[in-house]
Design a protein around this ligand. Structure first.
Ligand code: NAD
Ligand code: LMR
Length: 335
């Protein structure tokens, strides 16, 4: 029995993500919560011939608590997407406060209603919203770092797609696997192309590699610009969120050996070794993590990285540290 909950289920990401979760045969119960339209989305999805029982909830009558009761997996795509001209890292203070407040309130409800659930955070800025969830859970004395995940899978999916394009064969993209580490915004996104399952040609010129790295780091901008005011990535994000959720559900059900990049708290198995690799005291980082029935079993290190990748990681660290601090202080010292 797997109960999955989507918070922000009526949104651009929430609806297709809920559709994909309804298509997952392992999900037996799917609860959809939003401040608008969730019951309609739920009734629509409930006609699909798959096992999950679907219910939609709105804020009145403790709808959030009812949605969360008994949850094992909670995915959070609630929040406001950015507009063209706003970068992921310089996301405006107003937008930060809105999303940070939404995530804080949802985390409070999870901490009190479903404290053992695996929490998958999609809401931006992920580099700060994951620390926000952790701080709320700490305040409620229910924080288990193994169960909190920042969803960085869209960066991994983009890396597979764009590397296959550079290799000149799009049909390879489903099998191309590139570890993407760091965080989820601009320069904090670091693809380790040297560890690609499908190596790039050794004679590939530097400018092609630089453009590839840049496209993976700023793939979000490409979508925001193309949508021209109508939001950011929703469909590719729903695909990525469903991919990640499926792996979490498989691990929850006992499958071993699943390794997937995710932005996690480093005060757990493998975290100290990773901090040594990084050469910086940092509380959160996205790295390949080994999953088990209780969540993260071990955070893996960076492996053998090239000098160019080291430069990218060093460039990511200051922005990551500032974003983590911004999230932590939003809860610890609210202004
Ligand atoms: P959207 O505006 O289409 O949908 C957001 C939904 O959240 C809406 O339905 C809204 O009603 C709901 N919502 C707002 N406040 C809520 C609350 N308190 N409780 C429950 N639901 C609430 O936005 P979107 O395009 O789906 O993007 C959502 C978030 O995901 C944004 O923060 C965006 O930046 C982020 N995002 C992250 C990634 C990633 O890779 N992690 C990728 C794309 C987008
Ligand atoms: C993305 O990577 O597409 C998302 O984080 C949305 C954004 O604002 O870029």
């Amino acid at each position: 029995m797997v109960k999955a909950v989507v918070l922000g289920a009526a949104g651009g990401i929430g609806q297709p993500l809920s559709l994909l979760l309804k298509s997952n045969l392992e999900v037996t119960e799917l609860a959809l919560y939003d401040i608008v339209n969730a019951p309609g989305v739920a009734v629509d999805l409930s006609h699909i011939a798959t096992p999950a029982k679907v219910e939609g909830f709105l804020p009145p009558d403790n709808g959030l608590q009812k949605a969360l009761a008994g949850a094992q997996v909670v995915v959070i795509p609630a929040g406001v997407p950015r507009k063209p001209g706003v970068s992921q890292c310089s996301i405006s203070d107003d937008l930060f406060k809105i999303n940070a407040g939404i995530v804080r309130d949802l985390a409070t409800a999870i901490a009190t209603t479903a404290p053992k659930a695996f929490v998958l955070v999609i809401s931006n800025p992920v580099n700060s919203t994951v620390p926000i969830v952790a701080e709320v859970f700490k305040q409620h004395k229910v924080f288990d770092p193994r169960r909190l995940f920042g969803v960085t899978t869209l960066d991994v999916v983009r890396a597979s797609t764009f590397v296959a394009e550079v290799l000149g064969d799009r049909s390879l993209s489903p099998s191309v696997a590139v570890p993407v580490v760091g965080g989820h915004s601009g320069v904090t996104i670091v693809p380790l192309l040297s560890q690609s399952s499908h190596p790039l040609p050794s004679n590939l010129d530097t400018s092609t590699i630089d453009s590839l790295v840049n496209r993976i780091q700023f793939g979000g901008d490409e979508v925001v610009k193309a949508k021209d005011g109508a939001g950011s990535a929703t469909l590719s994000m729903a695909y990525a969120g469903a991919e990640f959720s499926t792996k979490i559900i498989r691990a929850l059900k006992g499958e071993r050996g699943i390794v997937v990049p995710s932005y996690v708290n480093l005060t757990q198995e493998g975290g100290e070794a990773l901090k040594k690799d990084l050469g910086k005291e940092l509380d959160y980082f996205s790295a390949p993590v080994e999953l088990g029935p209780n969540g993260v079993e071990k955070i893996n290190g960076l492996g053998a990285i090239t000098p160019a990748e080291r430069v990218l990681i060093d460039a990511a660290l200051p922005e990551l540290a500032a974003s983590i601090e911004k999230g932590v202080s939003f809860i610890q010292t609210p202004k």
